[in-house]
Design a protein around this ligand. Structure first.
Ligand SMILES: *Cc1c(COP(=O)(O)O)cnc(C)c1O
Length: 369
């Protein structure tokens, strides 16, 4: 972990990002090139073709690896491309144990793509203890896939317990760390093998790009395979997005601080509101879900009144977003399953941005009126 040197906030700004050796430019240039000149056949500077090699992408990959305290980072065109590439570690016919309250796109990839293309089997469970994992394990189980806090119910999973179970059973342990970000938790230090990110969310932080990342805990076969597949499959992050991701990362620590402080104020306000039945908040971060005393129709009307909050999918940007998981982000999960895991008609999810919390609270007051 060559680039982890200082406190987290310092590494956000400097890890993997030396000033340009030729000009001294303090920011990593955007290398818009598809190929690199060679001095003689097969004599080159380590850069051959840009699917495999790009200095802007490398800088972001070093930065995210340092922040997650892993050995290597790999950047992808989207969180889903990162997830899809990680799944390629598994042989056909593998079984995964996943948390039951999963990002809708991950669920869709498991159920509607990989089930067909690789005979993937997935068991979705409420991961509460080792016994719950033990009950789900099968002879062909190869991987455990968790998100913590989960989405949209923001349940917190005991990552240490999951990692130690995975190690005991020889399973690959993966955390999708999009919601917490390495500011709040670093699963690789708790024994996870792989961290996946949607860079689109907090890491990018400005709702202006789509990107994904994979970070590996250890050098070795699995790390080499991900590196190989990043190039072989080709779902790479482009140079411009890599620059935006780097630019976003620089302010990750201060942004997370503010997301967290504002969300805590909003949680306290929601808890005493008469139209709020239940508030889900993991105790940190900028994501809040709550159940409004509302029918589906009421909820639709409420959300249409948002002014400071933008009614939109996604999360983690400077602007506050509000959404209805049942109708929006989690609509791809079948209705019975949504109900079973608690995605109610009145469930509303907010991503608290960086606006003044007073304005956000006033807007929520109008939404819930
Ligand atoms: C958005 C998201 C993804 C998918 O990432 P994209 O960048 O949209 O492809 C995966 N996991 C979580 C938790 C997400 O929020």
């Amino acid at each position: 972990m060559a680039d982890k040197k200082y406190d987290f906030a310092t590494d956000c700004i400097h890890a993997g990002q030396e000033p340009d050796p030729i000009t001294g430019a303090v920011n990593v240039p955007i290398y818009m090139t598809s190929t690199y000149a060679q001095d003689a056949p097969a004599e080159h500077k380590g850069f051959v073709y840009a699917r495999g090699h790009n200095p802007t992408r490398y800088a972001f990959e070093r930065a995210i690896a340092a922040l997650e305290e892993g050995v290597n980072g790999y950047a992808f065109a989207s969180g889903m491309a990162a997830t899809a590439t990680v799944l390629e570690l598994l042989p056909a016919g593998s079984h995964i144990i996943a948390c039951d309250d999963l990002y809708g796109g991950t669920y869709r990839l498991f159920e509607r793509v990989r089930k067909q293309s690789m005979g993937l089997e997935v068991t979705y469970i409420d991961i509460i203890d080792k016994a719950s994992l033990e009950r789900a394990i099968k002879p062909n189980t190869k991987m455990i896939w968790v998100e913590s806090p989960t989405n949209p119910l923001l349940k917190v999973i005991d990552l240490k317990m999951v990692a130690s179970f995975a190690k005991e059973k020889g399973l690959i342990a993966v955390t999708d760390n999009t919601f917490a970000t390495p500011y709040f938790q670093r699963p690789l230090t708790l024994g996870f093998d792989i961290v996946v990110h949607s860079v689109t969310k907090y890491l990018g932080g400005h709702s202006d790009m789509i990107g994904g990342a994979v970070v590996m805990r250890e050098a070795g076969e699995m790390n080499d395979r991900i590196k190989f597949m990043q190039n072989a499959i080709g779902g790479i992050l482009g140079p411009f997005e890599s620059f935006l991701a780097l630019r976003g990362l620089k302010t990750l620590a201060v942004r997370m601080d503010r997301h967290d402080a504002s969300a805590k104020k909003i949680v306290a306000w929601l808890k005493q509101h008469k139209k709020v039945e239940k508030v889900y908040y993991p105790g940190y971060g900028g994501m809040i879900s709550f159940v409004a005393k509302a029918t589906l129709d009421d909820a639709k009307k409420m959300l249409s009144r948002a002014k400071v909050f933008t009614l939109a999918e996604s999360l983690g940007g400077v602007e506050s977003l509000i959404e209805h998981p049942g109708l929006m982000t989690h609509a791809s999960i079948p209705a019975e399953q949504r109900k079973a895991i608690g995605i109610d008609d009145g469930l509303i999810r907010v991503s608290v941005g960086l606006e003044a919390p007073e304005d956000l609270i006033a807007d929520l007051g109008n939404i819930l009126r």
